[in-house]
Ligand binder design. Structure first.
Ligand SMILES: NC(=O)c1ccc[n+]([C@@H]2O[C@H](COP(=O)([O-])OP(=O)(O)OC[C@H]3O[C@@H](n4cnc5c(N)ncnc54)[C@H](OP(=O)(O)O)[C@@H]3O)[C@@H](O)[C@H]2O)c1
Length: 244
């Protein structure tokens, strides 16, 4: 599929990795649609950056992705704006450390609601639209944690493993017209406020001996849009990361 002219929704694209993906796709000629939940102001600024480089102002959709209603509203808004999406890049998620013995029911549920239930109902809504239209691509941004399972991040890792499994199943279900793949990054943009010692500890787990960049994720997304004979894959963009 040609990126140029492609209509692409990127969830969680106000800032950080999602923003870099959106800017990169806009630079390659896509019509991008932004989405934010709590970062409305940052999303407006991102829309202005895209307007400056791509000469159109992308719409900013909003809403909590853990609710099915949010997906239906977003699909309706996109239909009005440009008739539908060709590609859905599912980037939004929640991430935090949860020591196993003190993890609460609320924390567990939050990971499952946002990272797994959100992806499920997004896929139900956009997968159906793509299937009816006869084509499309779903690219979910997962995490290498979903493959390796970090012991201090078990609820998060399990939610990512579930999301990877969901996408593998969808690749079968939505074939042959819709391709579904996962990009599973390793560390590409560390949480704000992380110490140098923690940073070095992470670098030691990466054979390529450095933290990646959000642009590495954007490149993998562009590769998956461009490639028409790939489905059901988890592409790890992680410098070869090992379990810490
Ligand atoms: N950063 C890394 O090194 C790294 C490593 C491995 C995997 N990943 C994956 O790559 C993706 C992007 O990483 P990131 O670090 O940029 O992510 P992030 O900053 O932690 O989160 C991305 C966005 O998700 C949105 N979000 C959270 N809860 C939501 C909800 N209930 N409804 C709607 N949106 C919600 C937030 O939007 P608002 O701010 O608008 O609320 C946030 O900006 C994530 O899926 C992450 O798991 C990142």
């Amino acid at each position: 599929m040609e990126i140029k002219g492609c209509r692409i929704l990127i969830t969680g694209s106000a800032k950080r990795v999602g923003k870099v993906i959106a800017l990169s796709l806009a630079r390659f000629g896509a019509t991008v649609i932004l989405h934010a939940f709590k970062s409305g102001e940052a999303a407006t600024a991102t829309a202005s950056e895209i307007e400056a480089l791509a000469l159109y102002r992308p719409p900013v959709l909003s809403g909590d992705i853990s609710l099915r209603e949010t997906w239906i509203t977003m699909k309706d808004e996109i239909e009005k704006y440009c008739g539908g999406v060709d590609v859905w890049v599912h980037n939004a998620s929640v991430f935090s450390e949860t020591p196993f013995f003190t993890t609460t029911e609320g924390q567990w549920q939050h990971f499952m609601d946002v990272n797994l239930k959100g992806a499920f109902f997004g896929a139900q809504v956009f997968g159906e639209q793509m299937k009816k239209k006869g084509g499309g691509k779903i690219i979910a941004i997962g995490d290498v944690a979903g493959e390796l399972i970090w012991p201090s991040y078990i609820p998060y890792s399990v939610s990512r493993a579930g999301m990877h499994a969901l996408m593998k199943g969808l690749a079968q279900l939505l074939a042959p017209k819709v391709q579904v793949n996962v990009v599973a990054p390793g560390p590409v943009l560390l949480p704000e406020g992380i110490s140098e010692a923690e940073r070095q500890k992470i670098v030691k787990t990466i054979p390529l001996q450095r933290i990646g960049k959000p642009e590495d994720v954007a490149k993998a997304v562009r590769f998956l849009i461009d490639s028409d004979f790939l489905t059901g894959q988890v592409i790890r963009v992680d410098g070869g990361r090992r379990r810490p």
